[in-house]
Write a protein that binds this ligand. Structure first.
Ligand code: HEM
Length: 251
């Protein structure tokens, strides 16, 4: 076989995914069995039994905004994370609009200061970025991907019970500007507007996640085994701090 044939063969064999492999497995294990079928933790009160008020939801959104804003600032200010900019997963602008929506809906509400869970997680993120990209990327993965999975299920329920079904922008993803995310352009919906995805359509978010998964896998190719392990071992912290934000709703 010629060298080019061997090369073509090698290219066909996709490298095993780090993110969809050990990183995702580490996260799934930390779910309770009733949260996800791969979960291994003892049951807790399921989120379908949570009954927070509107002010609790507001606090959750304010804390979430602080955390996403911090993540997004880290991505924008760190050269090694340049590939992740403009991914379409960014939530800061959406949360800004949602906080304003809640204020208009109930004028007796006010915007509270960021709560302890939000401040604690934002501080942790900055210190994890100092520890290195692999450790930081665990938080990036868990925060954005959890939000698209369990976070989205919880959010839909909150929007149904507290907002009469008005789905907040936090839970809706739009195709980013195709000039900044050309790799995702084949996911662009045609014939009807691609934005919103407010009716349970997962295709926009699935496309965005697929693009980001690929980018993280490409980053991880340059990590040593030790760095990969450090990334995986950070998962309990992501659950402790990310799960901590849910304490605003778990009442
Ligand atoms: C995935 C539920 C909390 C991280 C999922 C999935 C469900 C779920 C149903 C999809 C499973 C599948 O693909 O088969 C929940 C519920 C939660 C919760 C109900 C809390 C009440 C968390 C927390 C984190 C987290 C606190 C981490 C901070 C993840 C990750 C995935 C996931 C990383 C994989 C997403 C992907 O790779 O696409 N969760 N989860 N989850 N969850 Fe959670």
């Amino acid at each position: 076989a010629s060298a080019t044939e061997a090369e073509a063969k090698r290219e066909k064999r996709a490298p095993p995914s780090f993110i969809n492999g050990p990183l995702r497995r580490a996260a799934m294990k930390l779910h309770t069995r009733d949260q996800a079928k791969e979960g291994e933790q003892p049951a807790q009160t399921p989120f379908t039994k949570w009954a927070p008020g509107l002010a609790d939801f507001m606090q959750f959104l304010v804390d979430s905004k602080h955390v996403f804003e911090t993540l997004e600032r880290c991505v924008n200010e760190t050269a090694e994370l340049k590939a992740l900019r403009g991914s379409g997963l960014e939530r800061t602008a959406a949360l800004d609009r949602d906080v304003r929506y809640l204020l208009e809906l109930d004028p007796s509400l006010s915007v509270p200061p960021v709560g302890q869970p939000g401040r604690a997680y934002a501080e942790l993120l900055l210190s994890k970025l100092d520890e290195g990209i692999p450790v930081f990327m665990n938080h990036y993965y868990n925060t954005y991907f959890a939000h698209s999975a369990g976070g989205r299920m919880i959010g839909r329920r909150m929007c149904d019970t507290l907002l009469g079904g008005h789905l907040l922008h936090f839970y809706r993803w739009e195709q980013p500007d195709t000039h900044t995310a050309t790799e995702n352009h084949h996911h662009h919906e045609q014939g009807h507007h691609a934005s919103g995805s407010g009716s349970g359509d997962r295709s926009v978010i699935e496309g965005l996640l697929a693009g980001v998964r690929e980018k993280i896998d490409r980053m991880a190719l340059s990590w040593t085994e030790e760095e990969k392990q450090k990334c995986i071992d950070e998962t309990p912290n992501a659950f402790r701090y990310g799960g901590g934000l849910l304490s605003h709703l778990a009442k």
